[in-house]
Design a binder for this molecule. Structure first.
Ligand SMILES: *Cc1c(COP(=O)(O)O)cnc(C)c1O
Length: 383
């Protein structure tokens, strides 16, 4: 097993001497990071110094290159968790007379609508339930009927269930109708190959602590430069003005308007190098997909059932039905697994009783095998 940990080590730090995490996170972020990513945080940075701003610029260039082979895109980083970056995008991209369409099939799609509601942005939710993928044909018909809609925002991997939405097909419909397209690729960017230009995205949003495998503290947006430039003066908030944030980063060459999460940013740069070292997004996608298949097959053998059919199941996170045994209790199951070195995730689906297991982060086939063995022991209700 080759991990990035064995290669690009930060200088002057005995990586092997760093403590192991007491358990592996099988969560959709924050997730298990490499020791070298954590070690990269062991120094302080001045936010307006060239050393630090240079790292920010390198990150922005790498993110743009990861997102698309096309010209005309730019990257902007935004303090906070992923939701802050989504909120900054929605509240900066939509003009006062704009209207947002949200094809939704989970909590993160609904969160986009809630962001619009709080900001007083006119919006329409197109609900597909929680176990059906969003339908591009239905979006196309809606856009043809409702000419007041200016923007469409959709979640790529709906982390509520682990479902993959057809962002390229929806993008084609949005572009054919001449509207602006915002993609929440939070839990997929860096872990599933995609090209922002090919899927028609004007804004692609993700964060530091998902598939790039950094630590939490900021989100980022890859934007079509001309579309972002047209957003000057639209933002409803000062600190979350995505345009202003970008303009300062661009003109002051890597400077953030307000205090930035310096250590997190440096760790993220290390995480980007490690992604490259692993073989890029295609190689990472293969690893995640291998993890997911191994996990699903093993869980089925243990008698657990996946929520989604394989065709719409992402390689990122899997939702399983909670066992229907009278003695089963999620909290106890969770504790039994944690004691054995694994942390899983509660369910988020509203009308089905589920729990979730992520397989992104520093998680390899051997970890899945250990997990499945622990799972068999932790199934206390069968004893
Ligand atoms: C993680 C995630 C977010 C952001 O969540 P935060 O808790 O704010 O980081 C948004 N959308 C999706 C699909 C996600 O998986």
């Amino acid at each position: 097993m080759i991990t990035a940990q064995t290669t690009i080590k930060p200088a002057g730090i005995d990586i092997d001497a760093l403590p192991d995490n007491p358990y592996l996170l099988l969560t959709p972020g924050p997730l298990s990071t490499s020791k070298t990513v954590k070690a990269a945080m062991l120094r302080d940075w001045c936010t307006w110094d060239d050393d630090y701003n240079g790292i920010v610029q390198k990150i922005r260039r790498r993110l743009t290159a990861l997102a698309t082979a096309a010209e005309g895109f730019t990257a902007v980083l935004m303090q906070g968790s992923g939701t802050f970056a989504v909120e900054a995008t929605i509240t900066t991209a939509l003009p006062a007379d704009g209207r947002l369409l949200v094809p939704a099939n989970g909590a993160y799609g609904r969160r986009i609508a809630e962001i619009a509601r709080r900001a007083g942005i006119d919006h329409t939710v197109m609900s597909f339930g929680e176990t059906e993928a969003a339908d591009a044909g239905a979006v196309a018909r809606k856009l043809a009927d409702d000419t007041g809609i200016t923007h469409v925002a959709v979640v790529h991997c709906e982390t509520t269930t682990g479902m993959l939405n057809p962002v390229a097909e929806i993008g084609a419909a949005v572009k054919a109708a001449g509207r602006t397209y915002i993609v929440d690729a939070m839990s997929s960017f860096g872990g599933i190959p995609m090209d922002a230009a090919v899927i028609g995205a004007d804004f692609l949003v993700s964060s530091a602590n998902k598939c790039i495998q950094g630590v939490p503290g900021f989100g980022f947006v890859i934007a079509r430069r001309a579309v972002l430039e047209a957003c000057a003066g639209r933002a409803r908030s000062l600190s979350m003005d995505l345009y202003d944030q970008w303009r300062v980063m661009e003109t002051a060459k890597g400077k953030w308007r307000f205090t930035s999460p310096t250590h997190t940013v440096r760790a993220f740069y290390q995480a980007l190098l490690e992604l490259e070292e692993e073989g890029g997004v295609a190689a990472r996608h293969e690893r995640y997909r291998g993890n997911q298949r191994r996990l699903s097959a093993g869980m089925e053998k243990l008698g657990f059932r996946s929520l989604l059919p394989a065709a719409i199941q992402s390689p990122i996170i899997t939702a399983f039905h909670n066992p229907e045994h009278p003695d089963y209790n999620f909290r106890r199951f969770y504790d039994e697994l944690k004691e054995r070195g694994f942390v899983i995730y509660p369910g988020k689906v509203s009308d089905v009783d589920t729990f979730r297991m992520g397989n992104i982060g520093e998680v390899y086939a051997a970890d899945i095998d250990r997990l499945l063995a622990a799972m068999a022991q932790a199934a206390y209700w069968r004893a």
